[in-house]
Design a protein around this ligand. Structure first.
Ligand code: C5P
Length: 232
């Protein structure tokens, strides 16, 4: 997939989301719909944004037994999103079942990417709560390889991990990376951040950018700046 900027539409309602998207008159950004908006508005918000001509990353992070995930994915495949995701921790069996569920009768399907370890999980939490004793970088790479072997198209990861993921899983295995900030912008609650230009240099394929665009005084200008730093 061509390098692109995905705008995280972390809004609580249809009205707030559409008011934001209405500002974009000459471009149609790739949009991420997450749990907050999806649970508030349901599948109709996905159809409505798709109808407006945006590409969509539906970020629902599925994680359940293989049969349940397969059935959920077979519902999501009808929403015609471009990318969706799950937790690699659900195991190979769950990831393979997800692909089966997501694949339409004509053989097409949205891209499917995996969350490895959440960036909110650190070494200490992983060891204490999950009883995983390996170094976290190694765990992330192992989950990425497991996702690749299950047939997935890529992973969500920190931009700092994108280069290593490509080394291990190949350059066509997608790296989708949040935690992007402008050099002169607020970091907010993100801990390990990178500028769009640095994310490009390290090999991220898609960057997910929320507040640097959604909370900007001029969101369209911020989006265009992000595109020019990352894509051009
Ligand atoms: O506003 P900000 O640019 O920090 O938004 C980043 C987006 O990426 C949010 O939707 C957040 O939930 C998501 N995300 C993240 N870190 C992860 C996975 C997803 O920031 N590890």
């Amino acid at each position: 997939m061509k390098r692109d900027v995905i705008v995280a539409c972390d809004f609580a309602s249809r009205e707030a989301t559409l008011a934001f998207l209405d500002k974009f008159t000459d471009v149609k950004p790739f949009v991420k719909i997450g749990m907050e908006l999806y649970y508030a508005e349901g599948p109709e918000i996905v159809r409505e944004i798709k109808k407006r001509g945006h590409k969509i990353f539906l970020d629902l992070k599925l994680h359940d037994i293989p049969n349940t995930v397969k059935k959920a994915m077979s519902v999501l495949r009808n929403l015609d999103v471009d990318v969706t995701n799950l937790h690699a921790a659900g195991t190979t069996a769950m990831m393979k079942a997800a692909i089966e569920g997501l694949t339409r009768e004509d053989g097409t399907r949205p891209l499917l990417i995996a969350v490895t370890q959440l960036t909110s999980t650190d070494q200490e939490a992983m060891e204490k709560d999950l009883l995983i004793k390996e170094p976290i970088d190694e765990v992330v790479m192992h989950y990425a390889e497991t996702a690749k072997n299950a047939g997935l198209d890529g992973v969500v990861c920190s931009p700092l991990e994108a280069g290593k993921v490509h080394d291990r899983c190949g350059k066509n295995f997608l790296t989708v990376t949040p935690g992007v900030r402008f050099a002169d912008g607020d970091v907010g609650d993100q801990k390990r951040v990178m500028t769009p230009a640095a994310a490009k240099a390290i090999g991220s394929d898609l960057i997910v950018v929320g507040r640097p665009i959604t909370a900007a005084e001029d969101p369209v200008a911020a989006y265009k700046r992000c595109v020019s730093e990352f894509c051009d």
